[in-house]
Write a new protein. Structure first.
Length: 95
């Protein structure tokens, strides 16, 4: 049940991250929180299987930090790809 706390924290931080990162009009509001939540769930589960206990602070720090780091990187990559693709599309259409 403690995994829900980590997932809620990751999703909340992902929402905040969506609004902090630039060019948010180019992506959906749920993309960054979804990536953060899924990555946090995977990291939390892997660390639990590795034997890290729920009371260990490193379980929380690593799982949430991994979720935020992956969400930040993937959101920046998605945004830059969208910007590049939109510019090419505008050029092709002569806009």
């Amino acid at each position: 049940m403690y995994i829900l706390l980590a997932l809620i924290a990751a999703c909340s931080l992902g929402v905040a991250l969506h609004f902090v990162l630039p060019r948010r009009e180019l992506r959906g509001v749920a993309v960054t929180p979804a990536i953060a939540t899924a990555t946090t769930a995977a990291a939390y589960t892997i660390m639990q299987w590795a034997g890290v206990g729920e009371g260990d602070v490193w379980l929380w720090v690593v799982s949430i930090a991994a979720g935020i780091a992956v969400a930040t990187a993937s959101t920046l990559v998605l945004t830059s790809q969208r910007t590049r693709r939109d510019a090419l599309e505008k050029q092709a259409l002569g806009i």
